[in-house]
Design a protein around this ligand. Structure first.
Ligand code: AMP
Ligand code: MG
Length: 465
C-alpha cells in the first residue's frame, strides 16, 4: 500500500531537525493496531498488520514518501533549563492526513546523548492504553496507531523486552521548540515556527502574540480537563507541553484513586513539583517560559513586549478557573458556572475521607445511598448532599457522560504490563476494550471499576527511559 505522506515539517529550515532513519530491529511482531485511527488517516489497517506494514511500524523499512527526522527542541526539566534536548528516542517519519506519524523507541538519533533511543515494552503499552483512554474520555491527546515488540532486549534497571509505539499527533511542536531557537538567538527560525504553528493548527491567529493567546486558552482548558478526571501528568516539563493543546508524553502519568490534592506518583518528582493541585500553576510557569522565548516577536521594544506578555499570562488563572468550574459543575449535574463553594466543599470532604475520585463522582449520579457508601463518616457527606439538593435539580443522565466508570487505573496497567512481559497480551486487549467506552458500565467488568486493594496500590511511576 502506498502511504500518502505530506511532510510539511521537513520543509522547514534545517535548524528544526536532523535527518535520521530508524534503526532496524531483529524480529518485530505486532501487539496492537488501532483500526479506527488507521481508517481516519486513510490507512488500511490490514496493511499495518501485514509483513510490509509491520516492517514500517518497527522502523525496518522506510515507506515511499517518508522523510524520517528527529526534531530539535530544548526545555525546562523540573525547573532546570537544557538548551538541547530533541527527539532522542523518537523519529518522525512524516505526516499523513495532517498528523505526525512518529515511531517512539525506533533507535538512536543525533539528540540521543547517552540514551539508547529505545523504549521498553511497559512504557509503550502504558502510553497506548492511557492515550487511547484519554481520547475516549474526550480529552485532547496524541493517539496511538500501533504497538510492536521489537524482539530485542533493552537495558534498564534490568534487561527488559523492547517495544515501539507509533504515535500520532496534530503536531509535535512544543514550548521547548520555541525555547530551542530563543536559546540560540535564532529569531528567523522563531518566526518560521510561529508561522508554521498557525498554519499547521489552522488557527485564526496572525502573529506570535495571537498564537501565544491561543496556546494559553488551550492549555487552561486542557489542564482543567485533566483535573476533572483526577489525572496527574507527572512530567510537565516545557518540552512536554504541546502548542496544539494535546496531552503529550505519557511517561510517569497516573490517574488518582483516592483523592489527595497533593498526590504525585512519579519517582523522579521527589518534591512534588508536578503534583495534582500544582498542575495549573506549573502550566502558567511553562507558559511564562514560552512568553520569554517569544518576546522578540511580541514587540521590537522589549519593555513593551514584556508588558503585553504579562497581560496575557495574567489571564491564565481566570481562564483555568472558568474551565475548572464549568467541568466540575457538570460533574455534579448542575448548570455551568455553579457556585464554586459547593464544589470545593465536596473536594474537601473527599480529600479528608480519602474517597476514590472516580467512584465518588460516578456514584453521585446513582443516588444518595450509592454516594454515601464512599464515606466512612457519613454525617458530613449527608450535609453536603442536602446543600447539593438545595442548589438545583441535578440530571443524572448528564452526569454519567462526564463522570467515567472506567479510568486506566495504575494497578491494572501494571498487571497488563506484567502479563505482557510474559507475552500474554490478553489483559492488555481486554483493558483497552473496556476503556474505549468509559462512560458505560460493561457487563462482566465490575472489577475494572474498582480501586486497588491495599496490596495492589502502586505508589510510584517511572519515566520510560
Ligand atoms: P521525556 O522524558 O520523554 O520527555 O524525554 C526527555 C528527553 O530525553 C528527550 O529529549 C528524549 O528524547 C530523551 N530520551 C528519553 N529517553 C531516551 C532514550 N532511551 N534514549 C535517548 N534519549 C532519550
Ligand atoms: Mg518528552
Amino acid at each position: 500500500m502506498k502511504l500518502n505522506f505530506q511532510n510539511t515539517f521537513a520543509r522547514l529550515p534545517e535548524s528544526f531537525f536532523e535527518k535520521n532513519e530508524p534503526t532496524p530491529v531483529i524480529q518485530p511482531s505486532i501487539i496492537a493496531v488501532n483500526d479506527g485511527l488507521a481508517e481516519e488517516l486513510g490507512i488500511d489497517p490490514n496493511f499495518l498488520k501485514s509483513d510490509e506494514g509491520l516492517a514500517v511500524l518497527a522502523g525496518n523499512s522506510i515507506p515511499e514518501g517518508a522523510e524520517p527526522l528527529a526534531m530539535a527542541y530544548a526545555g525546562h526539566q523540573f525547573g532546570g533549563f537544557s538548551s538541547q534536548l530533541g527527539d532522542g528516542r523518537a523519529i518522525l517519519i512524516g505526516e499523513i492526513g495532517g498528523k505526525d506519524i512518529q515511531l517512539k523507541g525506533a533507535g538512536p538519533t543525533s539528540f540521543s546523548r547517552r540514551g539508547d533511543g529505545r523504549s521498553a515494552l511497559g512504557p509503550v503499552l502504558r502510553e497506548y492504553l492511557v492515550s487511547e483512554a484519554m481520547h475516549a474520555l474526550g480529552i485532547p491527546t496524541t493517539r496511538a496507531l500501533a504497538a510492536v515488540m521489537s524482539g530485542e532486549l533493552v537495558l534498564r534497571e534490568q534487561p527488559e523486552k523492547g517495544g515501539i509505539l507509533t504515535r500520532v499527533a496534530s503536531s509535535h511542536l512544543r514550548i521547548g521548540t520555541a525555547q530551542y531557537f530563543a536559546a540560540r538567538d535564532d529569531t528567523e527560525s522563531l518566526k518560521a515556527l510561529v508561522e508554521y504553528a498557525i498554519q499547521r493548527h489552522d488557527l485564526e491567529a496572525s502573529n506570535a502574540l495571537e498564537l501565544f493567546q491561543d496556546v494559553i486558552r488551550k492549555q487552561a482548558r486542557l489542564i482543567a480537563q485533566w483535573m476533572g478526571l483526577g489525572f496527574i501528568h507527572g512530567v510537565m516539563n516545557t518540552d512536554n507541553m504541546s502548542l496544539s493543546g494535546e496531552t503529550i508524553d505519557y511517561g510517569p502519568c497516573a490517574f488518582m484513586d483516592r483523592f489527595n490534592p497533593t498526590q504525585k506518583f512519579s519517582y523522579i518528582d521527589q518534591n512534588g513539583r508536578y503534583a495534582y493541585s500544582n498542575q495549573p500553576g506549573i502550566a502558567q510557569w511553562n507558559l511564562t517560559r514560552f512568553a520569554e522565548a517569544l518576546l522578540p516577536l511580541f514587540d521590537e521594544d522589549q519593555e513593551k513586549a514584556v508588558a503585553v506578555a504579562k497581560i496575557e499570562l495574567q489571564k491564565f488563572p481566570a481562564l483555568f478557573d472558568e474551565a475548572h468550574l464549568a467541568i466540575f459543575s457538570k460533574k455534579i449535574g448542575l448548570p455551568k458556572n455553579h457556585d464554586p463553594e459547593l464544589i470545593q466543599a465536596l473536594l474537601d470532604l473527599m480529600a479528608s475521607q480519602k474517597t476514590d475520585f472516580t467512584l465518588t463522582f460516578r456514584s453521585l449520579s446513582n443516588g444518595p445511598d450509592s454516594f454515601l457508601l464512599n464515606f466512612k463518616d457519613e454525617a458530613p457527606a449527608r450535609d453536603w448532599l442536602a446543600k447539593w439538593n438545595a442548589a438545583g435539580t441535578p440530571e443524572s443522565s448528564l452526569m454519567k457522560v462526564v463522570n467515567p466508570a472506567y479510568i486506566p487505573r495504575n494497578h491494572q496497567i501494571e498487571k497488563v504490563i506484567a502479563a505482557a512481559n510474559q507475552e500474554n497480551f490478553a489483559p492488555f486487549h481486554e483493558l483497552h476494550k473496556v476503556l474505549q467506552n468509559p462512560y458505560n458500565e460493561q457487563e462482566g467488568f465490575v472489577e475494572m471499576e474498582q480501586p486497588p486493594t491495599p496490596e495492589e496500590i502502586v505508589c510510584n511511576t517511572f519515566c520510560g527511559t
